[in-house]
Design a binder for this molecule. Structure first.
Ligand SMILES: *Cc1c(COP(=O)(O)O)cnc(C)c1O
Length: 376
């Protein structure tokens, strides 16, 4: 059986990138390694849609989240956290670990934070230094209106930090035009690479705040990374094999063009939603994003058992809900190196398993609706 990966991280990696990963390991301070990092840093600016340098960290995405917290906040300073799921909650944990005076604006799983909620929180807390938001809440499938958040925060002295993990490279996000001060992502979601690298860009307003904040981390001190990246270098030994492979995946993204890539994900997401709804299933996210589709498990169906069968019988690996959402949702990723015909296959396989589980619907309805939506 052919294994097919549909989890919202890690995601499939292009063949030419996998071949790059098979090559011999080389010295990370060589002229060649620096030239490669230089190219990667340039192409990352393109993906981030920023003129500011983007720094490369050897860590998972959470490392970049921690870097964003520890570099922008002194102990006791006030931050507003906008959270609507597991990944917003990860910021909560990091912010607590660094003694932040935390104001939490929260929505239940499946719902999105509105710009009005942010406006109100900022009006009530004029001493806020940093606002934390999530572009794509991968645990529920919702997307946030970061452009609107950026406009609101830009009118204040606070800076806006955005967790772009899973969203960046799958849905529209423009760091400079949207007034994002710190934007971060990880390599294993829409960046078409295995796990292991994280990327972080900082605006001028962001650097001003960082430069006025005491250093509290050695490994994640962003000033060090800023100094190094100006010379196409990193302060510590980087995962240079991954950086080289990222160059290959970034070339693919550049060749497609970022706007075409956003449009491709939008079309794929729309067709997936149509397919799922034609099966009588409902979407879990009230404001769905284009990186993944999250499906509410229907009454009387054992959600986790369906996913196990999908993998065992047909090779399709989708993701379950996390923590309290386990068994209640199915998460199907269509970000990065995934095409329409693979997603069509996933819907077809889901139909077969659902039919076996006693769920009533017309077999083929999801596949037909996907095809019709995709044809436009
Ligand atoms: C996956 C994910 C994370 C966690 O990243 P790790 O690489 O697992 O540390 C954080 N935020 C979002 C939105 C994610 O999708």
């Amino acid at each position: 059986m052919k294994p097919r990966l549909f989890t919202p991280g890690p995601t499939p990696v292009p063949e030419e990138t996998l071949l790059e990963l098979a090559k011999p390991v080389w010295y990370h301070r060589s002229a060649e390694a620096k030239a490669i990092l230089g190219e990667v840093a340039e192409d990352l600016k393109y993906v981030f849609q920023t003129a500011h340098p983007v720094m490369v960290l050897t860590s998972s995405g959470t490392g970049a989240m921690e870097a964003a917290v520890v570099n922008t906040l002194a102990p006791g300073e006030k931050a507003i956290l906008l959270t609507a799921g597991k990944w917003g909650d990860r910021f909560r944990g990091i912010l607590k670990a660094y003694d932040t005076n935390l104001v939490v604006v929260e929505q239940p799983f499946g719902k999105a934070i509105t710009p009005e909620m942010l406006e109100k929180a900022l009006a009530e807390n004029p001493d806020t230094k940093v606002v934390f938001a999530t572009l794509s809440e991968t645990s529920t499938g919702i997307g946030h209106d970061i452009a609107a958040f950026g406009q609101i925060v830009a009118r204040t002295d606070a800076i806006l930090v955005v967790d772009g993990i899973s969203g960046l490279g799958a849905m529209e996000c423009r760091m400079d035009a949207w007034n994002i001060d710190v934007l971060l992502t990880g390599s294993q979601k829409a960046m078409m690479l295995p796990p292991g690298l994280a990327y972080i860009g900082v605006s001028e307003k962001g650097w001003k705040k960082i430069d006025a904040t005491p250093v509290r981390s050695y490994y994640f001190d962003l000033r060090k990374y800023k100094k190094s990246i100006a010379e196409n270098d990193t302060p510590f030994t980087p995962a240079n094999t991954l950086i080289k492979a990222q160059r290959t995946s970034l070339k693919r993204i550049r060749a497609e063009g970022i706007e075409n890539l956003w449009a491709r994900h939008a079309k794929l997401a729309q067709a997936t939603r149509a397919g799922v709804q034609a099966l009588g299933l409902s979407l879990f996210a009230e404001r769905p994003n284009n990186a993944l589709t999250v499906i509410a498990v229907p009454e009387g169906i054992d959600g986790s058992a369906v996913l196990k069968k999908l993998e065992k019988q047909h090779g399709f690996k989708l993701a379950d809900g996390q923590d309290t959402m386990k068994g209640k949702i199915w998460r199907l990723s269509h970000m990065g190196y995934t095409d329409a015909f693979e997603v069509l296959g996933a819907i077809a396989a889901l139909e077969l398993v659902l039919a076996e589980s006693g769920y009533t619907f017309e077999i083929g309805a999801g596949v037909a609706a996907f095809q019709k939506a995709y044809a436009g």
